[in-house]
Design a binder for this molecule. Structure first.
Ligand code: CTP
Length: 403
């Protein structure tokens, strides 16, 4: 999945012939899963139509502070547009627009939006060779970089004027790759290794039957996907689950039993920076697995079961620098039980779910959690989609890791 997925992109288009390429740019952002809001300078509409860009972005395109033709008095708030953005890209950035940006001039909506932007701003210049080489342009680019804006260098090649040289706007594919790489560099878990256990375990009774539980794996899979989105290299150790993972940064290892999960966890945990144990591991497994299917009889059937190894507690005993996160699903005395597990298993953080809470627990897409850290600081959260819960948990981990 692209780092741009789900991101709100504000695309500022200024008046250069390269503006025609923004149609392709919008399509590529949408393909990467981003939402695109286009803001144009009035003059850029001579090069590409708002209709083209609004159709491709599936949103109205803004180019003025208000619509002079209708008397609705609706104000296109530059502050509102800027606040919604996760990133702003100005492409093409003409010599004129860059000069105004460098000077803090706000004589159109695009410039006012730029000046209000709190997000990262990328700019991709496009102009003719001589204009690009002029010291004023060079100085403006440096000035803009000095303000923290990110420069996407133009290509060299055939220019609309007929000249050949530097100044051609970078190709849309290259702009997208540039931004993706830049964003990936700055992800908070870049370079970190994260392990997650998920789903139930099945403890075989005979070749067709097992002891299991209702865990779907949804929470663990949401955590794995989110860790990858934050730049981590992820090992997901999953019991039987119908959930799917789309990120190529997640190495999914399927296991069935608690014993298998224990072995795979111990193969990987030494290399990890963070390990989260979201699996609902069976606490007991049959002492002996029948080789043949057990035949039905009238008499009661007794199966001897033995405790499984507590995987999390075993990691807690050998942990060095790993940040360990456990889960506690409780029905009563929730805080007390969760605090007990935190201490007993030597954890850094525990995620408490109470089955008393509506919207928490197995098979549902939502969860309601309470986080308890080593110093017993308690943070409670509302019922949220498991994806958002994953984000809350990682926000806390990132805060604690100080990255
Ligand atoms: N866990 C584990 N291996 C086990 C059992 C549990 O790794 N064999 C992990 C779970 O993934 C979870 C945490 O330990 O992160 C808490 O599990 P839980 O079953 O609630 O804890 P128990 O100590 O088994 O307590 P309880 O008596 O409530 O079952």
């Amino acid at each position: 999945m692209s780092v741009l997925s789900g991101k709100n992109v504000l695309l500022g288009v200024s008046a250069g012939i390269a503006a025609y390429k923004t149609a392709g740019l919008v399509r590529l952002f949408i393909k990467a899963g981003a939402n695109v809001q286009v803001v144009m300078t009035p003059a850029s509409k001579d090069f590409v139509t708002p209709l083209t860009l609004s159709t491709l972005s599936q949103k109205p395109v803004y180019s003025t502070f208000y619509d002079k033709k209708d008397d609705s008095g609706l104000w296109n708030s530059h502050v509102g547009l800027a606040l919604q953005a996760d990133l702003m890209l100005i492409a093409p950035a003409t010599a004129n627009t860059m000069a105004k940006m460098a000077d803090g001039n706000v004589d159109n909506l695009l410039l006012a939006t730029y000046l209000s932007a709190k997000s990262k701003v990328y700019f991709a210049p496009a102009m003719d060779l001589d204009m690009y080489q002029h010291p004023t342009t060079k100085k403006n680019i440096e000035k803009l970089q000095g303000y923290g804006n990110i420069f996407i260098p133009p290509d060299s090649g055939f220019l609309a004027s007929g000249l050949t040289g530097e100044g051609r706007m970078a190709e849309p594919e290259d702009i997208i790759t540039f931004i993706e790489n830049d964003m990936a560099q700055n992800l908070p878990l870049k370079g970190k290794k994260v392990m997650i256990t998920a789903g139930p375990t099945y403890e075989a009774i005979d070749p067709v039957r097992f002891i299991g539980n209702h865990s779907s794996g949804k929470m663990g899979f949401a955590l794995a996907e989110h860790a990858a989105d934050l730049g981590a290299e992820v090992v997901l150790i999953a019991g039987p689950s119908n959930e799917k993972i789309s990120s190529s940064l997640v190495n999914r290892i399927d296991v069935v039993s608690a014993e298998q999960m224990y072995n795979v966890v111990h193969q990987h945990v030494k290399d990890m920076d963070v390990a989260l144990f979201a699996a609902a591991v069976a606490d007991y497994s049959p002492k002996n697995v029948a080789v043949q299917k057990i035949k039905k009889k009238d008499a009661p059937l007794h199966i001897d079961i033995k405790p499984t190894k507590d995987i999390l507690a075993s990691v807690g005993k050998i942990k060095k620098d790993q940040f360990l996160v456990g889960f506690a699903l409780e029905t009563n005395d929730e805080l007390q039980n969760a605090k007990g597990k935190l201490k007993r298993k030597n954890l850094d953080l525990i995620v408490l779910n109470s089955l008393q809470d509506k919207g928490a627990g197995f098979k549902v897409d939502t969860n309601k959690i309470t986080l308890i850290d080593k110093d017993e600081n308690i943070t409670t959260f509302d019922v949220k989609a498991k994806k958002e819960v994953a984000s809350d948990i990682f926000k806390e981990i990132i805060k604690k890791l100080n990255v």
